[in-house]
Write a protein of this length. Structure first.
Lengths: 319, 278
């Protein structure tokens, strides 16, 4: 799941790169001659498959956003009625704010944790590769398996409450997942746990590109740890920050599996997100039109934040 | 100046402590799975089992019907391998053509794939299901391979296309001079050169398909060809708070991917960070 969104930022960045530096050798040389070492129709099967599975299906789904279709039988075109209904329904508005909270919360905490670990593992540590492997382990697990493990940890008879009791804070023990106030924080913990390793790897790759000499020079000039981080390391790993945060946001906005397995959106809608609502409306409640409208809203939000994020993190002078 | 000092040792010890805390969930996973039913509610959730017991694992591996884990394992393997093959074959050739072609449509195609990655899947899920059912693609491993290939193809194409951008055409030119045909150039010269991109695609696609739950739940609905996550879901659905049995199947389901990761962890992590840098 974590990987789903990987190429997004790359995707957003690549064409721009292409536009700005068009003459990377072969591009200019073969301009006007089309494809030199292949046939253009080689791309047809791929294009056709993507077109059918992504565009045709999504287009049809998008069309139903403006209807009252239930998923079977006939339907009427209802215009913007589905969208009006979304903003009048407190559950869906709540789902919207939960989605934003989880996306930004998990990106912020996951990236800070990932950066701190990456900085800690940077250079001279003897066991850095073993540690890197350990911190990365949660990333390869399925969201479903991850959610089941944490469901037990937060269970009333589970380890967390047992630990609290053991250290004499037994009065703090509660059914975490069933507590409307705490449930969303448990989801946040799970999201951060499974995304930290990913952010760490991106930051480690970024840090590896910071020349030792520059850091040394700054240290000799009397820059303290914080100044070195702020003025030398941070500017150098800016692309890594851009990638890790953009992916995190897009990934966070779509969060579905962990919530379905952990809380199912409950208690009383406290952990409902746009993606779980889309699923429930379209598949469980037979309100396909409403679900499609919600999916369209989700798509628009993802698009806006992906573009915004790219703009913000990439606006450095030499760009 | 970056020598190993006492401070570094402190940092190393601190990170190990953090790592152990971070991986505490695995401790609960293993200890609970080894608890026999009688110990589940009598021992503390923090304590290891007093008499470890593998009967939960035996139960998991011998379950039948919808929650047949061995079947799920085999199906997941077939579907993951098939999707990876499809994604490498179609992704490499499509990525090659759209990144090498200078015609205007290739840029259009590039954006077509770019936007396809952002579209949320749920919007197209119902129309896709109806289309797949009409074509007889539901309920079979083949159908799911086609679906996963289509769903992840934009990702695969991007990884390949970005790889080509940084690659000159010298080898292709040399092969042309040597008299190779266009298809020979691709299969004998270009494709082997793309090994790093192929590695990244394999890791991404393998991980996503192997771990995916939602798609296989919908498209394999009710058939005997369940994938591992779906088999796990059904198995757990029949248990209430029997965490020892639940964790036994969770462990069984994560062993293959975890083993593969630990075996090829360097390749995994390089794939993740390398695939992103383009």
């Amino acid at each position: 799941m974590t990987a789903t969104m990987q190429p997004k930022s790359e995707a957003a960045e690549a064409p721009r790169r292409g536009r700005r530096t068009p003459g990377a050798g072969q591009n200019t040389r073969s301009r006007g001659r089309g494809l030199e070492f292949g046939h253009w129709w080689w791309a047809l099967p791929g294009i056709a498959l993507v077109f059918a599975i992504h565009y045709v299906a999504t287009g049809i789904g998008g069309f139903f956003a403006f209807t009252n279709w239930t998923g079977i039988g006939s339907f009427k075109i209802t215009g913007w009625a589905n969208f009006e209904a979304i903003f009048k329904d407190p559950t869906k508005v709540g789902a919207l704010s939960n989605t934003l909270f989880l996306a930004f919360g998990s990106v912020l905490l996951g990236n800070i944790a990932g950066l701190v670990i990456a900085l800690g593992l940077n250079r001279v540590l003897k066991t850095r590769y073993i540690l890197r492997t350990l911190f990365f382990m949660p990333v390869v697990l399925s969201p479903l398996a991850t959610a089941y493990i944490w469901k037990y940890i937060f269970d009333f008879d589970g380890p967390l409450n047992a630990f609290l009791t053991a250290i004499g804070a037994g009065d703090q023990a509660k059914p975490w997942l069933a507590d409307p106030q705490w449930a969303i924080w448990t989801v946040l913990v799970v999201l951060v746990w499974s995304s930290t390793g990913f952010a760490m790897v991106i930051f480690m790759a970024g840090l590896a590109g910071v020349p030792v000499e520059v850091e040394e020079a700054a240290a000799i000039d009397g820059a303290n740890l914080w100044q070195r981080f702020r003025n030398v390391i941070l500017p150098a790993i800016r692309p890594a920050v851009a990638i890790a945060t953009t992916l995190g946001i897009v990934q966070g906005l779509r969060v579905f599996d962990p919530i379905m397995a952990l809380t199912g959106g409950g208690p009383a809608g406290a952990t409902e997100t746009l993606a779980t609502q889309v699923y429930k409306q379209a598949f469980a409640l037979g309100n396909f039109g409403g679900g499609a409208a919600l999916a369209l809203v989700l798509a628009a939000i993802i698009l806006i934040f992906a573009v915004l994020q790219q703009r913000l993190t990439r606006s450095n002078p030499e760009d | 100046m970056f020598r190993y000092t006492k401070l570094t040792l402190l940092r190393e010890v601190g990170l190990w402590a953090l790592a152990l805390l971070f991986l505490a969930p695995f401790y609960f996973l293993v200890t609970t799975a080894l608890k026999p039913d009688t110990e589940l509610f009598t021992t503390s959730a923090l304590a290891p089992p007093t008499s470890p017991d593998f009967s939960n694992f035996v139960d998991v591996l011998t379950a039948t019907g919808n929650s047949n884990v061995v079947m799920g394992l085999v199906n997941s393997l077939i579907i993951t391998a098939g999707s990876i093959v499809g994604l490498i074959a179609l992704g490499s050739i499509t990525g090659y053509v759209i990144s090498r072609s200078t015609r205007r449509w290739s840029k259009g195609a590039y954006y077509l794939f770019l936007i396809a990655i952002i579209l949320p899947g749920q919007l197209g899920a119902v129309p896709l299901y109806m289309g797949a059912r009409a074509l007889g693609l539901t309920g079979s491993a083949w159908g799911l391979i086609v679906l996963y290939t289509g769903m992840l193809l934009p990702l695969s194409i991007f990884l390949y296309a970005n790889f080509f951008r940084g690659l000159g055409t010298d080898y292709e030119e040399a092969a042309t001079i040597d008299g190779a045909s266009k298809s020979q150039i691709f299969s004998k010269v270009v494709f082997p050169m793309m090994a790093p991109a192929t590695g990244t695609v394999t890791i991404f696609a393998g991980l996503i398909v192997w771990n995916d739950f939602f798609t296989s739940l919908i498209f394999l609905g009710g058939s005997a060809n369940q994938t591992l996550p779906v088999a796990m879901y059904y198995y757990i659905g029949s248990l209430v708070s029997q965490w020892n049995s639940i964790f036994a199947i969770v462990i069984v389901s994560m062993i293959p991917i975890l083993a593969l990761f630990l075996f090829a962890q360097k390749r995994f992590i390089q794939g993740f960070s390398g695939g992103l840098k383009g």
